[in-house]
Design a protein. Structure first.
Lengths: 469, 97
């Protein structure tokens, strides 16, 4: 879609301003609550700037003038950035995240900041302080989360692509529930500078779009080493040769631990169909085992809240955001945080504070980091037998808004297939794999070894043609 | 099992003021999650190294601790302007002790 629009722009079939206006009109008419802030004036000014470059005959970057949105946990200079939280309701980002700056250098036309779960904590977008987002396939259902606004706006054609973040599945899970492509690269492939931190050893920016090619184009514009993020790295080019656009010679692993009791039968059969299509396209299918994968969610719910409790200590009512004046400093902290942080955020801060507190560190955090090593080793072994893995992205399709909100653990279990990837720092992508009888989208997840994003794109594009999504 | 006083102690460490309803709710919910993560006890981890974050194959890069020029004066002013309470380009804080 990006390439098509780019060609229309350079052939002057449409102007960037007209394109921006078309999409802004759709956003105005939309009732999905997918945006916290829209940036119409800036968008039109940026689009006009692209138009004048075209008029002057400059060579145009492929992303120039393409209407996009960014999840509201990513800093955009001069634009309100709330992270979906009341505590940052009045916060104007003073600088751009590196990925935003790279997109701006490529001619970004930003239409707005997407709604999301507060500080990216949630799998349904119901934890946003700005109200839930609706799933465009069924407005009574959640779009998934935490990048729910991003997924809903791409799926409903309000933007061409959106940048989200994925700490335990927050790009891939909403992409699956909204029927689009959601990609999380290897940890470090996209700079985290300017991402509002949730769990720093797991956080990674990701891309939501309607096709694998669109995801790849955006990834190429934002990836790579950044001196502002010491954990960022350059992704090497692919060494993986796929001749004649088929999957001959490719070994695809199917981990048996991902087809467990409790998974929705329609999802199981749709993902098995995807595996069959891969086989018909020439791939060799091998059953593999990741024995420690069943512990990944428990590891995640120790490491993530621990890092959350440290990262969110900064919201103290002193330096930025909302503040509740109180009689002393301690009360300023406790009352500011009590009044302006949401339920799920407090729950995770409490959990992390407990597991890191004196006497519990070895039993929880240290133990979790050891099991994390075992999970990584499982993947290392499996990638000697298979080039990549196919699994379901989620155990269930989108559920009704409100259905799981009172039971945090049930909600956490929805992340069971996406979390191991973050725990092991791997790249993965959710692609559409059909729909349920009730018309709700299903996602299949491709997981590759570290730094294998090019292979994921290649295989993803071939499957895309086979499945015809 | 977490006791009510455990919950109060955690809330104090986390700098969160909780209502008595909140305390009861969190006590039950945190118990449920802690019960779930307890399954890690069945994994043998003797002699297993701890993972040290998300990175692989990275090493320390040292530099002199000097101004890298990443935040300019204008941005510096904007940062201070974000503070709820300020005076003469300085952030005001209640006394710590």
């Amino acid at each position: 879609m990006i390439r098509e629009l780019h060609n229309k722009l350079i052939n002057k079939e449409i102007s960037a301003k007209e394109l921006a206006e078309q999409y802004l009109d759709k956003i105005k008419e939309s009732d999905l609550n997918a945006f916290i802030t829209t940036t119409q004036e800036d968008a039109l000014a940026d689009a006009q700037n692209v138009d004048s470059q075209i008029a002057q005959g400059h060579e145009l970057p492929i992303l120039a003038g393409i209407p996009a949105s960014i999840k509201d946990v990513i800093q955009t200079a001069g634009v309100r950035t709330t992270a979906g939280s009341k505590i940052l309701d009045n916060y104007i980002a003073p600088y751009n995240a590196t990925l935003v700056q790279r997109l701006k250098d490529a001619g970004l036309v930003l239409l707005g900041k997407n709604n999301c779960d507060e500080f990216a904590m949630g799998g349904s977008n119901e934890n946003s302080a700005y109200g839930p987002v609706k799933n465009p396939h069924n407005k009574e259902c959640v779009p998934g989360g935490s990048s729910g606004g991003s997924a809903a706006s791409v799926a409903d054609g309000l933007v061409v692509y959106s940048i989200g973040t994925d700490t335990g599945g927050s790009v891939r899970q909403p992409a699956a529930l909204c029927g689009i492509v959601g990609f999380k690269p290897t940890y470090g492939a996209i700079s985290r500078y300017g991402l509002i931190a949730m769990a720093s050893s797991l956080d990674q920016a990701g891309i939501l779009a309607k096709s694998v090619e669109d995801v790849k184009i955006v990834f190429d514009a934002i990836k790579g080493r950044d001196k502002m993020d010491s954990t960022s790295l350059n992704i090497p080019d692919s060494k993986f040769q796929i001749p004649d656009s088929n999957l001959k010679g490719i070994k695809i692993g199917v981990p048996k631990e991902y087809f467990i009791k409790g998974i929705d039968p329609e999802i199981e059969s749709a993902v098995k169909d995807t595996i069959k299509q891969a086989e018909e396209a020439g791939a060799k299918i091998v059953e593999v085992s990741l024995p420690h994968t069943k512990y990944a969610l428990a590891v995640y719910y120790i490491i993530m809240p621990a890092e959350v409790s440290a990262n969110l200590a900064r919201y103290d009512g002193i330096r930025y955001g909302q503040s509740e004046p109180a009689k002393n400093l301690f009360k300023t902290y406790t009352q500011t945080r009590a009044q302006h942080l949401g339920d799920e955020v407090k729950r995770r801060i409490m959990l992390g504070t407990y597991t890191l507190s004196a006497g519990y560190y070895d039993a929880y955090y240290k133990k979790a980091q050891q099991v994390r090593t075992l999970i990584k080793q499982d993947f290392e072994k499996v990638f000697k037998e298979a080039d990549l893995l196919i699994t379901p992205t989620t155990p269930n399709p989108a559920w009704k808004i409100g259905e799981k909100i009172d039971d945090p653990l049930t909600m956490y279990l929805e992340d069971i297939f996406t979390v191991p990837v973050n725990v092991a720092s791997l790249p993965a992508m959710s692609i559409p794999a059909g729909k349920t009888k009730n018309g709700l989208p299903i996602g299949a997840q491709l997981i590759g070894p570290w730094n294998s994003e090019e292979n994921l794109f290649t295989v993803g594009e071939i499957l895309e043609k086979e499945i015809n999504f | 099992m977490l006791s009510k006083s455990d919950v109060e102690h955690i809330a104090k460490l986390a700098r969160l003021e909780l209502s008595s309803e909140d305390k009861e709710k969190y006590q039950a919910q945190l118990d449920k999650v802690l019960d779930y993560v307890d399954q890690l006890k069945e994994v043998k981890t003797n002699g297993v190294a701890t993972a040290d974050g998300g990175t692989r194959d990275l090493h320390n890069i040292w530099r002199h601790d000097n101004n890298q020029g990443t935040i300019n004066n204008k941005q510096g002013k904007e940062l201070v302007n974000m503070a709820p309470d300020k005076e003469n380009q300085q952030i005001k804080v209640k006394s710590v002790f």
